[in-house]
Design a binder for this molecule. Structure first.
Ligand code: ACO
Length: 185
């Protein structure tokens, strides 16, 4: 669980989920409490996510986020921040099922974390749904960076997507990613 020495709900403007783009983050006044508090949240959640995934380096820091063109979703329970989802477009070379390589710029799931104590309660799904609504993209159209076994289980449980194609980079795409007849949305 991620508690902070400031009240979390006011940062979320009365909503359960806060969505913030890197551009919106950059535009927050430099010395504002909002920027300082969001900085603390993003850095802490990013650190916990890297630990949970056993990553050699932290993927989500304020420094990396503000220099990017990505979107973050944060969720709270009225007291603590319980999860983070980060998405963004990446230029990738992806192999389809026939081993044909495609240069593409898909929307990607870049970092996804729910506090251990709160996992398996639907919080990840609520974060993911916020991203689906915001992007208007179906789950099978995302490329996923370094999916963990829990993320693979999450995709199978919530979207019925089980088979996936590991790529030559750290990304994975699920069945139907390249299927022109599968719905875009
Ligand atoms: N063990 C195995 N599967 C799990 C676990 C777990 N501890 N937690 C969640 N799952 C999967 C299961 O399929 C589970 O369904 P089940 O309980 O019926 O088996 C399903 O997710 C639960 O769905 P939600 O409750 O909506 O998801 P949750 O709030 O747990 O969030 C998440 C899912 C973000 C993957 C979370 O488990 C987590 O933070 N895990 C640790 C970090 C991680 O692996 N992040 C994804 C890395 S990939 C990336 O970031 C691009």
């Amino acid at each position: 669980m991620c508690e902070f020495p400031f009240r979390v709900p006011p940062l979320f403007d009365g909503q359960e989920i806060l969505r913030i783009t890197s551009e919106q983050f950059r535009e927050l006044p430099r010395l504002s409490d909002k920027k300082a508090n969001l900085t603390a949240i993003i850095n802490r959640l990013g650190e916990l996510s890297a630990i949970a995934q056993d990553l050699p380096a932290i993927i989500t820091t304020v420094g990396k986020f503000s220099a990017s063109n990505q979107t973050l979703f944060l969720i709270h329970d009225g007291h603590a921040v319980t999860g983070l989802l980060k998405i963004g477009v990446k230029k990738l070379f992806l192999y389809d099922g026939a081993q044909v390589i495609h240069e593409m710029s898909p929307m990607c799931i870049l970092d996804f974390y729910v506090s251990e104590k709160f996992q398996r309660r639907g919080i990840g799904r609520r974060l993911f749904d916020a991203a689906l609504i915001y992007t208007n993209i179906s789950p099978h159209r995302f490329a996923i960076d370094r999916p963990s076994p829990k993320l693979i289980g999450f995709y199978a449980k919530h979207f019925g997507l089980k088979s996936y194609m590991p790529q030559n980079n750290s990304y994975v795409v699920f069945e139907d990613f390249f299927n022109p007849t599968s719905p875009v949305k």
